[in-house]
Design a protein around this ligand. Sequence first.
Ligand code: SAM
Length: 253
Amino acid sequence: MTSALFRYLEQLQGQTPWGDFLDAGTGVNSALWSTALPLRSWAGVSGAAGHLAQVKNRLSDVSTAEHRLLLGNWTDPRLLAGEGFDTVLADYLVGAIEGFSPYFQPEIFRRLRPLVRGRLYVIGVDPYVVGAAISDAERLVRAIGRLRDSILLLADEAPYREYPAEWTARTLDQSGFEVVSARRFPNRYHEKWIHGQLDMAIRRLGKVDPGLAQPLATRIQDLRYEACEVCRREGGLRSGCDYVIEARVSGSN
Ligand SMILES: C[S@@+](CC[C@H](N)C(=O)[O-])C[C@H]1O[C@@H](n2cnc3c(N)ncnc32)[C@H](O)[C@@H]1O
């Protein structure tokens, strides 16, 4: 099923041909959506071999010679050097950079700029693990994010770090892009998300000090129960926003 955000991108694109398409932080969702568009060519980049294998597996039905999957890091200047794309998508890429090239976030749009011939679409999520909660649902979403990130840190891994839409728009502007449009989409998290985040935390407990792992496992169990209950009662956990920003290289038409 196409997400509301991808449908919105199709609306923004209108009649403009998608042309050569780069999925700059690929994953199953963005790859399946974008390869189904009428494109001239498609390239997907990921910093993780596991991620890439998942995409390859799911794309096997639609894959053609015009589809390229690349394992690389945007910190490497040789990655796609000299190439150009009519449409570039950064789908939850900024938040994930912390796990692959920490502190590179302010540089990512400057790095992508020479590759963008037409439009750059950025999809992101406003930070949701920090700040005070204004509702029960928001408190639970924060609690899940905080517990997941704490366990990832204790297991010697780098959790994602999300950036607000304002930071993204400002950084695009400072990186030689012109922001054409920006829109927020309120989020509603469902049970699948709750289980996904908490299961990710459980899988790391083996790498955590045993004295901490047991109380953390209990906390995961309690939080799962409470979050699922509120989720059922309220038809999802309403909390925070995703955003879509459309940008073009400054001075281009
Ligand atoms: C959260 S996932 C993106 C979600 C994806 N679009 C989907 O549909 O599921 C982030 C992607 O960005 C990639 N990524 C993050 N930092 C990167 C970097 N510095 N260089 C290359 N790829 C990176 C990750 O490897 C991953 O493929």
